[in-house]
Design a protein around this ligand. Structure first.
Ligand code: ZN
Length: 656
């Protein structure tokens, strides 16, 4: 466990609140201590109120802030003595507690105080640090965890048995701390939950955390429970249709499309192939802090219906009866383990799925160490569901509002590196979809660095390259819901009498053949789309109104148009909709080089500026205009439309 305190760095933080920010960030930087908004810290300060009177205030981490990036504004100031009085109450419901915290804050715009606020208020130290350190959990999450913690720490820590986070836990700590604490106490261990350290300076409290967790790491090494046995017994077997079926089944259970990311790395695979997997994985998570965010229910099985069936049984057996939730959380699993493919993480967005995977990767590490130490032993499932349905979590969910229209869905765009394709990527990302962008230009791989975008260099005239791209897409996101056929080339103007066969074939290969390959390869995936598959074909004005000198281009787009119409007929029974857009004169695209633009303008006897707005509405049509309509065609507005051909050309008198 590395102590990250740096005197030079720390010197920039002067006040106690600033130092609180500094050491909170140090904790946040170590992912074995806290993950994704987990953990919390506080500082108790004396300050003057508007009447000039002294007031004691607890600055506690607010919800929505991550320790790694927290700022002073991320701490909620709450009246300290009032919190300490609350801890003396016999009972306080979750909703009452939330209300009490919110009404005793000293800053109207502060974030909601942590659910562990009252607990922090009861500890008689200026600085309090709390983490869900992996090493400590690996020790407490065993059958004789309490004894091991006592052996390890002696009288350095107060030990609290597991109680669900909230008022009852705060009240228990308020009672237990003075009973157990002595001259040597520097921390507090919450069994199956995490660890606290405290001190009168930010540095002391932080260093005590590092010291305590470091001791836990050394203990695990001493007990030969540190190194994972990680080596998969068999190589990964990933069938993309099976993965897409699994995603489809999970989405059905969730009642909404879900993103599913497959992780077949060595560690995940080795874990999924453990002989004791059922014992280890079918227990709860390593800390309630993790279940709150992931609602993880790992499952085993060999087919999708098996997964879903097994999950439903699990849910029916364990769902709380006495405390029936009003708004039920979706019952779909967030995690699937399989000896063939390793681990699949599920979320409403690619970002959520990535968080689930990261949480589970830490869980796997902790579970394996606890198992090596003497047997992993998590919270009973009943406790987990209580946490899941906890009023506070419900409140948080309600606040989050309705998700974007393509949330949980996956779109593939060809020719994505520039022009209309790039604009389609933007329009789909903006509507919440995860997007795979294909392009022959390797620049596509780096146009975005975000969890919900995968850019792949791909030669669409190569069938194997298309298959490989789809494999990557399904591993990254779980399937395919929308397909935007945009890639195309516009060769130099050439009369038929001068049109070379190889030039003709090249245009046909890219504008037509590649789209057949794509449609054929994507069909089984589109069939499995939870909200039915959608295809948008970027056609051309040249379909209804071809131009002289553009024989190859016009013929290829007309053939593509016919291909799309046949696909609409053939795939209607699968619920797949295929609509076409016929843009014209969109000049901010890859195919319109200065040279081509000048040639075409000259051909019509116009200046370049006149040529750009040469339509009935005298308006310039941009990539974004086409892309927005393409995205809308995948949405609910066009739910009952297939085989439509819509012009996006400002009105063309030859077409009209
Ligand atoms: Zn906690």
């Amino acid at each position: 466990m590395q102590n990250l305190w740096d005197d030079n760095e720390a010197a920039q933080y002067r006040s106690d609140l600033e130092l609180r920010v500094y050491t909170s960030r140090l904790l946040g930087r170590d992912k074995t201590l806290v993950l994704h908004g987990g953990g919390n810290t506080s500082v108790k300060l004396a300050q003057k109120n508007v009447f000039g009177e002294d007031e004691n205030v607890l600055y506690i981490k607010g919800s929505g802030w991550d320790l790694e990036t927290i700022e002073a504004a991320g701490f909620a100031p709450v009246q300290l003595e009032y919190l300490q009085r609350l801890a003396q109450l016999e009972a306080l419901s979750d909703t009452q507690m939330v209300n009490q915290l919110a009404t005793h804050m000293l800053k109207a715009t502060a974030p909601a105080p942590s659910v562990e606020t009252i607990l922090h208020a009861c500890l008689p130290y200026k600085f309090v640090d709390h983490t869900h350190a992996d090493a400590v959990l690996a020790i407490t999450d065993t059958a004789d965890g309490e004894r091991r913690i006592r052996d390890l720490y002696g009288d350095a820590v107060v030990i609290i048995p597991y109680v669900m986070p909230g008022f009852d836990l705060a009240r228990l700590c308020a009672r237990e701390y003075p009973r157990q604490a002595g001259a040597n106490t520097i921390g507090m261990v919450l069994l199956n939950h995490g660890i606290f350290s405290f001190g009168d300076t930010a540095k002391l409290s932080y260093e005590r955390m590092i010291d305590l967790v470091g001791r836990a790491e050394d203990y695990l090494k001493r007990e030969r429970a540190w190194d994972s046995p990680a080596r998969a017994a068999a190589p990964a077997r990933i069938d993309i249709l099976d993965q897409a079926r699994l995603r489809s089944g999970i989405s059905a259970a969730a009642g909404a499309p879900m993103i599913m990311t497959t992780h077949a790395d060595t560690d995940s695979l080795a874990f999924a192939q453990r002989e004791d997997l059922r014992t280890v994985s079918q227990q709860g998570p390593v800390t309630p802090d993790h279940i709150i965010r992931t609602k993880r229910v790992p499952m085993l099985g060999s087919d999708v219906s098996g997964y879903v069936r097994e999950y439903k049984t699990y849910f029916d057996e364990h769902a709380p009866r006495a405390k029936e939730p009003k708004a039920m959380l979706d019952p779909a699993p967030r995690m699937v383990l399989d000896p063939g493919f390793g681990l699949a993480a599920v979320g409403r967005s690619a970002k959520d799925a990535a968080i689930v995977a990261e949480l589970y990767q830490h869980n796997m590490q902790v579970m394996q160490r606890a198992q090596a130490l003497g047997g992993y032993c998590a919270l009973p499932a009943r406790e987990l569901f209580e946490v899941e349905y906890w009023d506070l979590e419900q409140a948080k969910l309600k606040k989050s509002g309705s998700p974007p229209v393509f949330s949980g869905e996956i779109a593939l765009v060809t020719g994505a590196a520039s022009g209309i394709g790039k604009a389609c990527v933007d329009a789909l990302l903006a509507r919440g979809a995860a997007v795979i962008g294909l392009d022959i230009n390797p620049a596509v791989e780096t146009i975005y660095q975000r969890k919900d975008f995968l850019g792949l260099r791909c030669d669409l005239t190569d069938e194997h390259a298309i298959e490989s791209a789809l494999e990557h897409a399904v591993i990254a996101f779980g399937g395919l819901d929308m397909l935007i056929l945009n890639a195309g080339i516009f060769a130099a103007t050439r009369k038929i009498s001068e049109l070379g066969s190889s030039e003709w074939r090249k245009v046909m290969a890219i504008n037509l053949d590649a789209n057949l390959f794509l449609l054929r390869a994507c069909h089984p995936l589109l069939k499995l789309a939870p909200r039915s598959g959608r295809v948008v074909v970027i056609g051309s004005k040249n379909v209804p109104a071809p131009g002289p000198g553009a024989a190859a281009y016009s013929a290829s787009k007309a053939a593509l148009n016919q291909l799309a119409r046949v696909a609409a007929l053939e795939w209607g029974a699968d619920g797949i909709r295929i609509n076409s857009l016929h843009p014209n004169a969109v000049f901010d695209t890859g195919i319109w080089t200065e040279e081509v633009l000048a040639q075409r303008a000259q051909h019509y006897g116009l200046s370049v500026a006149e040529y750009k707005t040469n339509n009935v509405l005298k308006t310039e049509v941009r990539s974004r205009d086409v892309a927005e309509l393409a995205a809308e065609m995948c949405g609910p507005l066009f739910a009952k439309t297939t085989a439509a051909q819509v012009p996006v050309d400002g009105g063309n008198d030859r077409v009209i």
